[in-house]
Design a protein around this ligand. Structure first.
Ligand SMILES: NC(=O)c1ccc[n+]([C@@H]2O[C@H](COP(=O)([O-])OP(=O)(O)OC[C@H]3O[C@@H](n4cnc5c(N)ncnc54)[C@H](O)[C@@H]3O)[C@@H](O)[C@H]2O)c1
Length: 370
């Protein structure tokens, strides 16, 4: 099946290609060479993690070397803990030690963790070098590799330091997904489901019709789901690159409850995707109550999430603790919890929900888990 090219065109930024499909990694070198910065560069640094390195680093380096690049690589430990200033510092030092100049290209080969830290390091080293994203998780292909948010975590919270810096090319080779476990697969599916509800009837009902095939990793359906998600994300980012125009917030659908679940259940207990799916179920019910959203949306969204292998969680916490966690979330404003709520598929609103209403809904939610 041929690869698909999506062009991301953000006002004020250079346009870049996202190449989606099987075999794209073998042509990484060629496509990097075709970018403006890659055309002039002769050094490339590949940043990857300890799980991805044994699987895809040699293939990526081979493709880059075939285009005449001198290729170096750095492998960081897999996992969220690597998204730190300490690891960023080690990478900056290593880049300087091997005399990488302003004209080098940084390639981020891995999931969202590698993408975020490599994007951050690349956007700050010598005040910014070209960054190419090679996402290897479904979540990174459909979400984090496109849109230019980079970052590292502080002990006070996730992604508290970072930049907005668009990549110059994104290479999403779906062959790389063959080694991804079910938990990580479902994380990507949750973000695809989120995008479909926010985007349109066309995306949502297509996904509903193909959810079983996506869960079974049918190649054609996987490719189309990624392409549709990338087109959606690129469109949102084109309207609001820096989350200052009230559009990019829509990407937070399902995440308000999810962040509280992840925090109170202990990070890693439930995957981010499982928590986001639960957050979407909660938000749709809140929307039905507050905005008159059709019950049909609540039900079909449940059906979609079930089919994608994202069942309702049996876990819950006390409404008081959940409310407290949500009020402390960095997306809350002045202690007021805000939810992205769907009025209908393809029609959303950012709604400040009063503590009393939220408490009542959390009580219902907790009771439903008993
Ligand atoms: N920048 C953004 O816009 C944005 C958006 C969403 C999420 N994020 C960030 O992305 C991160 C989560 O990304 P993620 O879910 O990809 O996590 P991740 O990068 O930790 O990858 C998940 C796991 O899968 C492994 N892995 C990666 N590719 C693999 C492959 N092909 N085969 C086998 N194993 C593989 C990784 O080593 C890791 O253990 C978070 O830090 C989050 O904050 C950023």
């Amino acid at each position: 099946m041929p690869t698909t090219k999506v062009v991301v065109n953000i006002p004020g930024e250079s346009a870049y290609d996202v190449r989606v499909g099987a075999g794209a990694l073998d042509r990484l070198g060629q496509h990097v060479r075709a970018t403006a910065a890659g055309g002039k560069a002769d050094r490339v640094l590949v940043i990857t993690d300890s799980n991805v390195a044994p699987l895809y680093l040699a293939q990526a380096k081979r493709s880059l070397a075939a285009e005449g690049y001198r290729v170096s690589d750095i492998t960081i430990p897999a996992g969220e803990d690597s998204k730190s200033i300490a690891v960023a510092g080690e990478i900056w030092e290593a880049m300087a030690a091997c005399s990488l100049g302003r004209d080098c290209v940084v390639v981020a080969l891995g999931g969202g963790v590698v993408g975020d830290i490599a994007g951050f390091v690349g956007s700050t080293y010598m005040r910014g070098v070209s960054v190419v994203q090679v996402p290897t998780t479904l979540l990174a292909m459909v979400d984090s590799s496109v849109g230019g948010k980079t970052g590292v975590n502080l002990s006070a919270g996730k992604n508290l330091v970072g930049t907005f810096n668009q990549p110059t090319y994104v290479c999403a080779d779906i062959n790389a997904l063959s080694t991804l476990n079910e938990r990580e697969w479902a994380c990507g599916c949750a973000e695809i489901a989120k995008a479909s509800v926010i985007d349109s009837d066309d995306f949502f009902f297509w996904l509903l019709d193909h959810a079983n095939q996506l869960a079974a990793r049918d190649e054609g359906v996987v490719q189309e789901a990624i392409v549709r998600s990338v087109v959606f994300k690129a469109d949102v980012v084109a309207q609001d690159q820096t989350e200052s125009r009230g559009v990019r917030e829509c990407l937070n659908y399902g995440h308000t409850l999810a962040h509280a679940i992840e925090k109170l259940s202990g990070y890693g207990t439930y995957s981010h995707g499982a928590a986001v799916a639960e957050g979407m179920r909660f938000a749709a019910r809140l929307a039905a109550d507050l905005l008159g959203t059709p019950e049909e949306l609540v039900e079909t969204q449940d059906e979609l999430l079930d089919a994608l292998g994202l069942p309702a969680l049996s876990w819950s916490a006390s409404p008081a603790d959940m409310l407290d966690a949500m009020k402390r979330d960095k997306k809350a404003r002045g202690g007021q919890v805000r939810f992205v709520l769907p009025r209908d598929v393809g029609n959303w609103e950012l709604v400040e929900v009063s503590d009393d209403i939220l408490r009542a809904h959390l009580q219902q939610w907790t009771a439903s888990k008993a």
